[in-house]
Design a protein around this ligand. Structure first.
Ligand code: GTP
Length: 287
């Protein structure tokens, strides 16, 4: 029945509420009703009861979080019961309950606080994880194009657009998995060769973009060429099959005032095209 769905979804919370109501009715009936306290104070206590009750139900949003949910549920339930006892106590001056309600409330606060702390830690960890997922390419773990748009500041830098030669033939002869494997291994190799100031991105397909920072174009060319030579010498064995590959790259260095990054990448792309036309396994400078 749709009306009882909530009740079915939150059995523990309802059990706590029912038990507390029975306790409250018992306390209020058993002892003489003496409202000697201020109305404001009673209202405040009542609001506290409602607050814990609300949190008790709200924490069910974390029901998929196992231990964190248990801590939040136990903490808020204890605090709710403690506040309810406190409220009854204000109505009937039932002083013998003082210790019980204090212990229940304090324990509830500690447990709920612990649950909240663990929830915040979990959310922080999730946020970091999502940030990483949004910034990286799922196959190679390299930064993706989205993070290029975010991290590049538009100042001068030397860009190299790198492309694997005849990559399609690896897919065609050894399968897509072999192609994926090569991209991952190549990505790892590039990561070991760049400096901490440099960055590299998976630009798409079998293309990578390298950004050399704090380096002149001649130095960037030398480094790019040693990377090219290293790739050409490497053996990317996959399932016992030896894979040799080469890369081509176009290098461009265009200052911001002359059109900035967009122009630099376009120029690098044109230079890469020339490198392919000239026979591959080579680096070409932008005109
Ligand atoms: N395995 C795998 N293949 C990919 C991926 N992304 C793109 N490709 C393939 O990469 C191939 C690129 O082929 P082409 O653009 O013809 O380039 P190429 O074979 O490297 O030839 P040249 O660039 O001219 O040397 C295509 O067959 C794509 O399907 C990927 O993530 N994994």
């Amino acid at each position: 029945m749709p009306h009882f769905r909530w009740l079915k979804d939150h059995p523990i919370q309802f059990a706590v509420v029912l038990l507390s109501l029975v306790m409250a009715i018992f306390v209020l009936n058993y002892y003489e009703w003496r409202t000697t306290r201020q109305y404001d104070e009673l209202t405040l206590e009542f609001l506290m009861v409602c607050f814990w009750l609300f949190l008790m139900f709200a924490c069910s949003l974390a029901s998929h979080l196992g231990n964190i949910y248990t801590l939040l549920l136990v903490g808020t339930s204890l605090s709710f019961i403690g506040s309810l006892l406190d409220w009854c106590d204000e109505l009937v001056l039932f002083t013998s309950l003082n210790t019980v309600e204090d212990i229940t409330q304090s324990t509830g606060l500690i447990v709920a606080g612990l649950g909240l702390w663990r929830l915040l830690k979990y959310l922080h960890h999730q946020q970091q994880h999502l940030k990483k997922l949004a910034a990286t390419d799922p196959l190679t773990g390299a930064l993706n194009r989205r993070s290029f748009n975010r991290t590049i500041d538009g100042s001068r830098g030397v860009f190299a657009l790198v492309d694997v030669d005849h990559f399609k033939s690896i897919n065609d002869s050894l399968g897509h998995d072999a192609g994926d494997y090569v991209l991952v291994e190549l990505s790892k190799l590039i990561a070991t060769q760049i400096r901490t100031d440099d960055q590299f991105f998976r630009w798409g397909g079998e293309e990578f973009l390298l950004e050399f920072n704090g380096t002149g174009v001649d130095e960037a060319y030398k480094r790019m060429d040693s990377l090219r030579a290293l790739v050409a010498q490497s053996d990317f064995s996959f399932n016992g099959r030896s894979i040799h590959l080469t890369i081509s790259a176009g290098l461009a260095d265009i200052p911001r005032e002359q059109g900035g990054i967009e122009r630099a990448i376009k120029a690098a792309d044109e230079a890469l095209y020339r490198a392919k036309e000239a026979g591959r396994n080579r680096i070409e400078m932008a005109a």
